[in-house]
Design a protein around this ligand. Structure first.
Ligand code: NAD
Length: 542
C-alpha cells in the first residue's frame, strides 16, 4: 500500500469507577461469577498449537484456597525448544510484515481489551492475583491498553527518525530492523499489563518471542494470549510456555539465536540471568539486548512543611494498595519528629478503616498476598521485628487459614538501617524512621545511601528550598521521583517507568527508549552519481 500513514493519536484509557449501579460493575460481577463456576484447562501456546502435557498444576485464588479456578499444563525443556523453533520459523514473514499491519494488530488488541475482553481480563486478574476491582482496572485493562496504543505511536516516531542531512546526489536512510533471532520475555506475577507488554513490545517492533509467564499469573496470561489471537497476531509470533525459570533459561541461554531478554522481576533473578548470558556470550550470533526492570525499596521523605493528611494518605495508598506487591510500593518513610504524633494517628485510623478480605466483596481494600512462599517470607519479617523489639504501630497479624492474608503493618524502626528499612519485602509492610527535624539534610543522605535500589521515591513538603534540596540530594536515588505524591501509579505516556542502580536497566517501560532496544539500525547510503575517477582534484599538477 502506498501512503505515509498516521496512526490514531494515543489517549490514556479512562479508568472506570465500578461504583454501585454502574454497568461496568455489573459486567465484572457477572464475569466473576461465571469464572468461579467453571474450571479452566489452560494450555501452552506454541506456534499454531495449544499444548496440553497432562502434567497439570492447580490454580486457586490466593484469598480463597478452597476454590479451584482450573489447571495449567506444565511443560519442560522440549517445549522451550519447540517455542524457539516456532518463533524462528515465524520470524522472516513477521519481520517483513509492513509496520502498519503490525500496528493494526496491537491497536485492535487495545480495543478488544477496552471493550469485549475488559471484564474478563479484570476478573481473571482479581481472582488469580487477588487484586480489588480498581487495582485490576488500572493494571490489566487500562495500563495494558495504554502500552499497546502508545507503543504504536512511539514505533512511528522511531521509524520517522532519519539522518538530518542528504546531499543532492546522496540519500541517507535509517532502517530499524528487528533483532536477528528471537526475544525471550520473562514476566512477573504482579502486573498483568507487564505480562502483556514484555512480549508485546518486541513483537510490535517485528521480533518473534518466547514468553515465560510467572506461574501465579498464568490464569490472566491465558486471557492476554487469547486477545493477541483475536487481534490477528499470527501463530508463532508470541509463544507462551509454562516451565520453571531455570529449565527455560538452560535452553534459551545456550541458543545461538538468542537475541535479547525482556525481563521484569526480582533483582537476584535478573543478576543470575545476566551472569548466565555472560558465560554463554561466545555462543550467540549477536550481542543480546538485556532489558530488566527489577526490585525496589521505595521511599517517602517528609519535610516538616508537609501536610499531615496528604502524607498519611500517600503512605496508606502507596504502601498498601495491592498489598504492597508493587515494585514501586512505599516501603520506607522518613518522618520529622514534630509531625510523627499526628501522622501516626492519622495513618493508624486510615488503616483501621481498611477492610481486608476476598476480592469478590468490593468493599475490601486489602486482599491476599500472592502465594504461600510470599506469605511466609513477609510474615517472617513481622515476627522478627517483634522479636527485635521494633514498635508495631499498626497491624502485625496474619493468617493463612482461608487465604494468604496479612494485615497492613507499620513498623517504627529504632534505627535507619534496621533490616525492614533496607530489604525489599514485597508485601504490606511499611517501616518508618522518625528523624529530628533539624537533621533534614543528613536524613536525605541516609535515604540515598540505604539499600541497593533506585526505583521510586517521593518528597513531601511545601518549603520550596527543602523540596529543591531533596530533588538534588536524591537525584540518583530514584528513576521515578514524585513531589507531593505517592511513589506508585505511574501512567504510560505521562511518567515513563523504570529505575537505576539495583532496580534495573532503566529503559523505561511504555516509552520510546524501550522500543529502541528491540531494533537494530541499518544505515543505508545511496549514491545517485557515483564517482568514476579515483583521483581527487588536489592530485592535479597545476
Ligand atoms: P521473580 O523474580 O520471582 O520472578 C520473575 C519471573 O522470573 C517469573 O516468571 C519467574 O518464574 C522467573 N524466574 C525465576 N527464577 C528464574 C530463573 N532462574 N531463570 C529464569 N526465570 C526465572 O519476581 P516476582 O515475584 O514474579 O515479581 C516480584 C519482583 O518483581 C519484585 O522484586 C518487584 O520489585 C519486581 N518488579 C519490578 C518492576 C519494575 O518495573 N521495576 C515491576 C514489577 C515487578
Amino acid at each position: 500500500m502506498n501512503g505515509i500513514f498516521r496512526v490514531p493519536i494515543p489517549k490514556n484509557e479512562p479508568v472506570k469507577s465500578y461504583a454501585p449501579g454502574s454497568p461496568e460493575r455489573l459486567a465484572l460481577q457477572n464475569k466473576l461469577s461465571e469464572l468461579r463456576s467453571i474450571e479452566k484447562d489452560i494450555p501452552m501456546y506454541i506456534g499454531s498449537e495449544e499444548v496440553r502435557t497432562g502434567n497439570t498444576i492447580e490454580i486457586r485464588p490466593p484469598h480463597d484456597r478452597a476454590h479451584k479456578l482450573g489447571v495449567f499444563h506444565k511443560g519442560g525443556a522440549e517445549h522451550v525448544e519447540a517455542a524457539i523453533k516456532a518463533a524462528l520459523q515465524a520470524r522472516t514473514k513477521w519481520a517483513d510484515m509492513p509496520w502498519e499491519e503490525r500496528a493494526a494488530i496491537f491497536l485492535r488488541a487495545a480495543e478488544l481489551l477496552a471493550g469485549p475482553f475488559r471484564a474478563e481480563i479484570n476478573a481473571a486478574t482479581m481472582l488469580a492475583q487477588s487484586k480489588n476491582p480498581f487495582q485490576a482496572e488500572i493494571d490489566a485493562a487500562c495500563e495494558l491498553i495504554d502500552f499497546f496504543r502508545f507503543n504504536v505511536q512511539y514505533m512511528t516516531e522511531i521509524y520517522s527518525e532519519q539522518p538530518p542531512e542528504n546531499s543532492p546526489a546522496t540519500w541517507n536512510r535509517l532502517e530499524y530492523r528487528p533483532l536477528e533471532g528471537f526475544v525471550f520475555a520473562i514476566t512477573p506475577f504482579n502486573f498483568t499489563s507487564i505480562a502483556g507488554n514484555l512480549p508485546g513490545a518486541p513483537a510490535l517492533m517485528g521480533n518473534t518471542v518466547v514468553w515465560k509467564a510467572a506461574e501465579t499469573q498464568i490464569y490472566s496470561a491465558d486471557v492476554i494470549m487469547r486477545v493477541f489471537k483475536a487481534a490477528g497476531l499470527p501463530d508463532g509470533v508470541i509463544n507462551l510456555v509454562f516451565v520453571s525459570g531455570p529449565v527455560a533459561g538452560d535452553v534459551v541461554f545456550k541458543h545461538p539465536d538468542f537475541a535479547g531478554i525482556h525481563f521484569t522481576g526480582s533483582t537476584g533473578v535478573f543478576q543470575s540471568l545476566w551472569k548466565e548470558i555472560g558465560t554463554n556470550i561466545a555462543r550467540y550470533k549477536s550481542y543480546p539486548r538485556i532489558v530488566g526492570e527489577t526490585g525496589g525499596k521505595d521511599f517517602v521523605m517528609v519535610h516538616n512543611s508537609a501536610d499531615v493528611r496528604e502524607v498519611s494518605t500517600a503512605l496508606a495508598r502507596g504502601a498498601f494498595e495491592f498489598q504492597g506487591q508493587k515494585c514501586s510500593a512505599a516501603s520506607r518513610a522518613y518522618i520529622p519528629e514534630s509531625m510523627w504524633p499526628q501522622v501516626r494517628e492519622t495513618l493508624k485510623s486510615m488503616l483501621n478503616e481498611m477492610k481486608m478480605g476476598p476480592v469478590e466483596d468490593f468493599t475490601n481494600f486489602i486482599n491476599a498476598v500472592i502465594d504461600e512462599k510470599a506469605f511466609d517470607k513477609i510474615s517472617s519479617y513481622i515476627v522478627n521485628a517483634k522479636a527485635a523489639g521494633q514498635e508495631i504501630v499498626s497491624g502485625g497479624n496474619f493468617s493463612k487459614e482461608k487465604g494468604f492474608f496479612i494485615e497492613p503493618t507499620v513498623i517504627r524502626a529504632s534505627s535507619p538501617d534496621y533490616i525492614t528499612m533496607c530489604e525489599e519485602i514485597f508485601g504490606p509492610v511499611l517501616t518508618i524512621y522518625v528523624y529530628p527535624d533539624q537533621n533534614f539534610e543528613e536524613t536525605l543522605q541516609l535515604v540515598d545511601r540505604t539499600g541497593i535500589y533506585a526505583l521510586t521515591g517521593s518528597i513531601f513538603g511545601y518549603d520550596r528550598y527543602a523540596v529543591k534540596t531533596a530533588c538534588d540530594a536524591l537525584r540518583n536515588a530514584a528513576g521515578n521521583f514524585y513531589i507531593n505524591d505517592k511513589p506508585t501509579g505511574a501512567v504510560v505516556g505521562q511518567q515513563p517507568f523504570g529505575g537505576a542502580r539495583g532496580s534495573g536497566t532503566n529503559d523505561k517501560a511504555g516509552a520510546k527508549s524501550n522500543l529502541l532496544r528491540w531494533v537494530s539500525m541499518r544505515t543505508m547510503k545511496e549514491n545517485f552519481l557515483p564517482p568514476a575517477d579515483y583521483r581527487y582534484p588536489f592530485h592535479a599538477e597545476s
